[in-house]
Ligand binder design. Structure first.
Ligand SMILES: [Zn+2]
Length: 476
């Protein structure tokens, strides 16, 4: 199918900004408060209540725009989008229509086909709606706490041609937004949601096919599954000679299928018009420059620093920089060691093995992991000891790596005068292996080293042991 039909995807991502108060009133925005305890006449849309734009929302949205290489509009409009929905008490949503705050940006991702640039059409600010709760015994209830929480909508160009690229784009966008400090992007709490626009056309066609829109996906996995399902469905329709209709779909997470919410025939006419209760958002160059100056370090820049200044490999640097929680942890740990490369190794191999779930959470303090890297990097312990100490710390041993090594007698033996007799003994006892090695079976050296390591109860410096063994065998 992929050779016959080309998929084209554009994504619309809603991100809830982590400002303390709502976009047009001073109600708090914390997640999880009891229903209808964070409301006032403004966000309830009571007659006569007047909205006031939260300055911080504009600032955060500009940060999001700068993080995605957008141009910032110096005179952007605030518009009224009319539609009725039970969780939207005003009967309209305040949003931006033809002059959004940010436009014409891009982000670079590394996808299946190497580096790809995905265009950002626009980023605009708007208010969120409330939430309906369907309760078996009570019927449908409505919680207005979410009404008026600040959102940005980030609209991509239709530059995405696979589910995997969509996932990479979302991952990058998420890490940029968290790094820029504009949102926590918790998908399970709804602070990042995604709509997918997808069309299919014959691979050699220059025009796009009719698109469908899949609404409100709240995990990367569902985005991938919904795209794969919808691509297959549209391909099969074209194969049967049918025409894809313009429809809005909902992805059913139970059945794994997309269901029709509404078709083009009953599409909503939002009758946008300028919001009469609010003015344009007018910015000076200095406003934008001040925000630019306060921007935190973003993942691409972090990756450069890790690579060029801390000596990490390109792969390790990009892996760590792309995950905000992981890079935070790494930077804290790196303050406790000169051996950053070893720290990255321990983090990405040993610690990753122990971490469960999607989010990076480490049971060991960054300070202790930094100290572990320090005694390992300076060859005071060897790698198998480092693993043992790591396991003890993970299980809740409250002592520092130094204290554990001291307590358990784990310090590495680097002294050749202690190691030599041990090596000689192992060579003596394993004459056959030595002969095999000399006969050309070079891999046998591993087992001889292993025996010497075991003899030292794992404490010998494997590098020195190897050197000594090779030197002694050479003499024979
Ligand atoms: Zn309010």
């Amino acid at each position: 199918m992929t050779q016959k039909y080309k998929m084209t995807v554009g994504l619309e991502v809603h991100i809830e900004l982590s400002t303390k108060s709502k976009i047009f009133c001073s109600c708090p925005t914390e997640f999880g408060a009891p229903p209808n305890t964070q409301i006032c006449p403004v966000c309830m849309g009571l007659p006569g209540a007047m909205p006031t734009l939260n300055r911080r929302v504009v600032e955060y949205a500009i940060r999001a725009g700068l993080a995605t290489n957008c141009n910032i509009e110096k005179r952007s409009g605030i518009d009224r989008k009319n539609y009725f929905y039970p969780d939207l008490p005003k009967g309209y949503q305040i949003s931006q229509y033809d002059a959004p705050l940010c436009y014409a940006g891009h982000i670079d991702i590394v996808g299946e086909n190497g580096e790809e640039r995905i265009g950002i059409t626009r980023i605009h600010i708007e208010e969120d709606a409330g939430k309906l709760i369907h309760d078996k015994s009570e019927g449908t209830l409505v919680d207005y706490n979410r009404c008026g929480r600040p959102l940005i909508e980030i609209v991509s160009e239709p530059h995405i041609h696979s589910a995997e690229t969509a996932r990479e784009y979302l991952k990058k966008l998420r890490s940029l937004m968290i790094a820029a400090g504009v949102s926590d992007c918790k998908m399970n709490e709804g602070s990042m949601r995604c709509d997918v626009n997808l069309s299919v056309a014959p691979a050699d066609s220059d025009t796009l096919g009719e698109r469908t829109e899949i609404k409100n996906l709240n995990s990367f996995a569902f985005v991938v599954k919904a795209i794969e399902y919808e691509y297959k469905r549209q391909c099969e329709m074209l194969d049967r000679g049918e025409r894809v209709r313009r429809e809005t779909l909902r992805y059913n997470t139970q059945s794994g299928k997309c269901e029709v919410m509404r078709s083009k025939e009953n599409a909503i006419d939002y009758r946008f018009f300028p919001e009469p209760d609010l003015h344009f958002v007018v910015l000076e160059d200095t406003d934008i420059e001040n925000i630019r100056k306060q921007m935190p370090v973003l993942p691409d820049e972090k990756q450069r620093i890790y690579e060029n200044e801390l000596g990490l490999s390109a792969y390790d640097a990009s892996l760590i920089a792309s995950d905000p929680a992981l890079s935070d942890y790494f930077e804290q740990a790196a303050e406790h060691t000169e051996y950053r490369k070893q720290l990255a190794n321990i983090l990405l191999s040993e610690v990753f093995r122990l971490v469960e779930g999607e989010d990076f959470e480490c049971a060991i303090s960054p300070k202790y992991l930094g100290e572990l890297s320090e005694i390992f990097g300076s060859e005071r312990i060897n790698s198998s000891t480092a693993k043992k100490i790591l396991a003890l710390m993970w299980e809740g041993d409250g002592a520092s790596p130094e204290e554990i090594a001291e307590r358990e007698g784990m310090w590495q033996i680097n002294d050749e005068s202690i190691l030599l007799p041990l090596v000689l003994e192992v060579i003596e006892k394993n004459q056959k292996a030595v002969d095999d090695y000399k006969g050309g079976k070079s891999f046998v050296i591993r087992s001889i080293i292993g025996k010497a390591m075991a003899e030292s109860r794992g404490r010998a410096n494997p590098r020195i042991v190897e050197e000594l063994i090779l030197k002694e065998i050479e003499k024979k």
